[in-house]
Design a protein around this ligand. Structure first.
Ligand SMILES: [Ca+2]
Ligand SMILES: [Ca+2]
Length: 239
């Protein structure tokens, strides 16, 4: 069951994008943090599905979302969500996102975690920004339940960023989701022996999960790694 869930989650993100596009692959979303990265001022199109097809036809690589106003029939192509991008205005209509990531709930202890996996590697700050655009943060295993769950979170061969870093103050590791310092007892439990070591000229400020031992290490924030986003869940007040 566990493996099935992981495979289902992963398959959603490694699906090959083709230009033969159906509007059903676009999901209507209501972003609250990041707006769409608009590719042009757009055009008038007869329908939402035609807008989707033309977006992909004109911007085969970049079109990952579009705005469509069903009253004015305005169609605006966009490249997914980006930080510092304005939210859609009323005149721009509704936002549709191509293969919008599904978050899957995993039961842990008396709570659940709501996770999405991304295997396209990014540097740490870009990974955290990408999570924030989904109203999420990099995964923060900040309870014993979550720490014991780490073995289920790891994906073979993938080193993955999690939401823990000491970028602001060397040696003070804080969670991405609330900037609270990790408790000493958790720090001892999750890091590999000898880690965090701030190694390689003292440039290791971002924490990643190693796929072999399910332990954590501090690494160079500018390395590109896969990452895990976590959305708050209603029954987990700490998330
Ligand atoms: Ca450091
Ligand atoms: Ca290290």
């Amino acid at each position: 069951m566990k493996l099935y869930l992981l495979e289902a989650v992963m398959l959603g993100f490694i699906q090959v994008v083709t230009t033969s596009v159906s509007s059903t692959k676009f999901t209507k979303i209501q972003p609250s943090v990041c707006g769409p990265v608009r590719l042009s001022n757009g055009w008038v199109d007869r329908s939402r599905s035609s807008c989707a097809s033309n977006c992909k036809a004109r911007y085969p690589q970049e079109c990952n979302s579009f705005l469509y106003n069903k009253s004015t029939k305005a169609c605006i192509p966009a490249n997914g969500l980006g930080s510092n991008q304005p939210l859609p205005s009323l005149g721009e209509g509704d936002l549709y996102h191509y293969q919008y990531p599904d978050f899957s709930k995993f039961p842990i202890g008396s709570n659940t975690v709501n996770l999405a996996y991304f295997t396209k590697p990014l540097i740490y700050t870009d990974a955290e920004s990408a999570c924030r655009c989904l109203d999420a943060h990099l995964y923060s295993p900040d309870s014993w339940d979550k720490i014991w769950f780490i073995g289920n979170v790891a994906i073979p061969r993938y080193y993955m960023w999690i939401g823990l870093n000491d970028m602001a103050v060397e040696g003070k590791f804080v969670w991405a989701k609330n900037v609270q310092e990790i408790e000493a007892v958790y720090k001892i439990a999750i890091f590999k022996p000898g880690q965090p070591d701030n190694g390689y000229n003292g440039n290791q400020d971002c924490v990643f999960l190693t796929p072999d031992s399910y332990e954590f290490d501090d690494g160079d924030c500018f390395e590109q790694k896969a990452y895990i986003c976590e959305k708050p869940t209603l029954n987990n007040s700490s998330a």
